[in-house]
Unconditional design. Structure first.
Length: 232
């Protein structure tokens, strides 16, 4: 038995580019056989700089709002909402997905985006967080040093961007990195376009990180003409 999870999901509550609320999208995910999703709202300078007059606690609360709204909506439903983030650093436009953090860690570690990428990667390893690069071959992006990555998003389902998923797949194979797939949900165009079939059912973000580290992945769900890769 496997469990289908969306790994790349944005909400309008936190990500200004999001256009569909979890209250609208989650019922469709449930209808399409998903067991849960990871809210990966954008964590970057542009978001926090407009909140600079707020305390860090208040800023963190606002960042977590999308995750909390999605989780609240799913109370009583057989559908898990996990916490993640899509973080961008000051050195370039690369985006990275992180699984394993909890709310307490976010409260206790302000402005992680101000760290150097390499220092952040080491922080993730020290705490058991799973760090992957999202759409590394999209325009204005470039693959990171694979020594600092645990995985790569080899399929990004956003049809509004050319993510060159084939190049990401080759990069993952070449560097023996865990392969992930996510819809990159912002609006109706990306609904249920991708995901991961997991061999275990994570109830927390930390459990998801452990599943990925342990390679407990059955296969990737992808759209278009991209082949569905069986990871057994």
């Amino acid at each position: 038995m496997s469990f289908l999870f969306e790994t790349h999901f944005h909400t309008p509550y936190t990500s200004s580019c999001g256009e569909i609320y979890p209250e609208e999208s989650i019922p469709i995910y449930i209808e399409n056989g998903y067991s849960g999703l990871v809210v990966t709202d954008h964590y970057y300078a542009g978001y926090f700089e407009r909140l600079c007059n707020n305390s860090w606690r208040e800023q963190a609360d606002l960042f977590l709002l999308g995750y909390r709204k999605a989780k609240e909506f799913c109370e009583g439903k057989d559908f898990n909402v996990l916490l993640g983030l899509e973080i961008r650093f000051s050195d370039n436009c690369n985006d990275h997905l992180v699984y394993g953090m909890d709310e307490e860690f976010i409260y206790n570690n302000p402005r992680l985006d101000l760290l150097e990428f390499e220092k952040f990667a080491l922080l993730c390893r020290e705490n058991g967080f799973f760090l992957l690069q999202a759409h590394p071959f999209r325009d204005n992006c470039a693959p990171r040093n694979p020594e600092y990555l645990d995985g790569v998003e080899v399929y990004n389902g956003h049809p509004g961007h050319n993510s060159h998923n084939d190049k990401a797949l080759n990069f993952a194979f070449k560097n023996n990195l865990v392969m992930t797939a996510g819809s990159d949900l912002h609006d109706l165009r990306q609904l249920c376009r991708a995901g991961m079939y997991l061999k275990k059912h994570p109830s927390t973000s930390n459990e998801l990180a452990s599943i990925l580290f342990d390679g407990k992945i059955e296969k990737l769900k992808v759209s278009d003409s991209f082949e569905m890769y069986d990871l057994n």
